[in-house]
Design a protein around this ligand. Structure first.
Ligand SMILES: *Cc1c(COP(=O)(O)O)cnc(C)c1O
Length: 455
């Protein structure tokens, strides 16, 4: 088994996964069902199909089928930028002086700069197959909107993106990438929707939030003929599509006899973490192997480490189904934090259930320490990481340094979800020592948690 391990492991095209893996099939305690916000009854495929594409609604509610075929057209799109490399961080190990072996799965090698393209192409494909004209969505930091724009351009679908106003203004180049791919980008809240007008009236001058942009995108989808809404994280269908990350990683590890002791991912809505760990978790759930899984979140938006496990609204406008998840309350507005992709109040119901069952552990980290880790990583490994991804880097480095103390030769695998070229304002703040570490007080969290729906 002891093949020489290359710096970068790329699978052959013939070794790439042809099915996604649905971890819910192997979970004894299934994630709680989505509920209709009006009746509090479990959502049916028919109800969900008013908002989502039909096949995606089916995937959303399927907690039994372990493997789902990846359609041929998606496989060929994946081949444009996949397999993604599994990199042995030899240089980082040397810089840290650790006996640990560190690997990362790098998802930043596509124009959208993140893993989000894996689900964007799948969601656009099913919309096209259903004969729809287009899709609507929200984007916070901009990665999801970019990925969806690329996927829609490829398939010839119309794409309407509601972009959180503060990002629209601060990240003009993200916006232009989306427009270059043909998307129609509107800053949110906007006066193009009822919910947007209502929020603008109540909070004039607001710079927007993800929850608010979701409400606008959903309103446009359900009120426009031939449109559906798509979402880049949190949903179980997104975790399913992102399982391609974990499957490729597992095939590569098995090929070279690599056995990770711990698997680490940053957690915003939980999709990259869920996708990376899914097949490994499947082995753990079936009693075939054991791994330690660590979710890393920002101290400024600590859904797993300080939230509650309860049914909550997924959006500010309260138009989406209720989901049972670890949440800080849908009214929680995280402080200015530069990892925009990690600023969501809730968490995937799959990741939430696994965490509640003690199968995943979680840690929160402060952003200055995240940027210190990001900078050190960039200098030795070459890649300029996204702030979101750097949360995982930080904990991987902490764990590698623990191994240095104990002399343990642990194998650490983490998800490097993307690159940070559009986050240079954040890096600038860090370089100028102007970055702050805001941690919400217990009172603040209690206040937003007290607004959870009660029934
Ligand atoms: C969106 C994003 C994340 C967080 O989203 P998850 O659904 O939790 O994976 C992490 N990293 C990058 C680069 C992102 O764009």
């Amino acid at each position: 088994m002891s093949k020489e391990i290359p710096y970068k492991i790329y699978l052959e095209e013939s070794e790439m996964p042809k099915q996604w893996y649905n971890v819910r099939a192997d979970m004894k305690n299934k994630p709680a069902p989505l509920l209709n916000p009006g009746t509090h009854e479990p959502m049916t495929v028919d109800e969900l199909s008013g908002v989502f594409c039909r096949e995606l609604a089916e995937q959303e509610l399927d907690d039994k089928t372990p493997y789902i075929d990846i359609p041929e057209e998606i496989l060929s799109f994946y081949k444009m930028y996949r397999p993604s490399p599994l990199v042995r961080a030899y240089c980082l190990e040397k810089a840290l002086g650790t006996p640990a072996k560190i690997y990362y799965k790098f998802e930043g090698n596509n124009t959208s700069g993140s893993h989000k393209l894996n689900s964007a192409i799948a969601q656009a494909y099913y919309a096209k197959k259903q004969g729809l004209k287009g899709v609507t969505t929200e984007t916070g930091a901009g990665q999801w909107g970019t990925a969806l724009s690329m996927a829609c351009a490829y398939l010839g679908l119309d794409c309407k993106v509601y972009m959180v106003k503060v990002s629209y203004e601060q990240k003009p180049f993200r916006r232009e990438v989306m427009r270059t791919y043909g998307a129609d980008v509107t800053p949110s809240p906007s006066n193009t929707t009822n919910v947007g007008r209502k929020i603008l009236e109540e909070f004039p001058g607001t710079t927007g939030s993800l929850g608010c942009a979701i409400s606008e995108a959903v309103e446009v989808a359900v009120s426009s003929e031939g449109y559906r809404y798509v979402l880049g994280s949190v949903l179980s269908q997104v975790l399913l599509h992102q399982s391609v990350i974990g499957l490729e990683s597992m095939i590569a590890c098995d090929k070279y006899g690599i056995k990770p002791d711990m698997i680490i991912g940053c957690a915003g809505g939980g999709s990259n973490l869920g996708g990376l760990i899914s097949p490994f978790m499947g082995r753990k759930l079936r009693g075939e192997a054991d791994y330690q899984f660590i979710a890393v979140e920002p101290a400024s938006c600590p859904s797993l480490t300080r939230g509650v496990y309860a049914y909550d609204f997924c959006d500010t406008g309260k138009v989406c189904p209720l989901a049972k998840m670890y949440t800080l309350g849908s009214g929680f507005i995280p402080s200015a934090n530069h990892a925009g992709g990690l600023r969501y109040h809730g968490m995937s119901s799959v990741v939430s259930q696994l965490y509640d069952d003690g199968l995943i552990t979680a840690r929160s980290v402060e952003q200055t320490s995240v940027f210190e880790a990001a900078t050190q990583f960039a200098r030795v490994e070459g890649i300029l990481p996204a702030p979101e991804s750097s949360h995982a880097i930080k904990v991987a480095m902490d764990e590698a340094l623990k191994c240095k103390e104990t002399g343990e030769e642990k194998t650490i695998l983490f998800g490097l979800t993307g690159t940070g070229y559009f986050d240079m304002v954040a890096y600038q703040k860090f370089n100028d020592r102007e970055m702050s570490d805001y941690i919400p007080s217990d009172e603040e969290l209690a206040k937003s948690i007290s607004t959870l729906p009660k029934f």
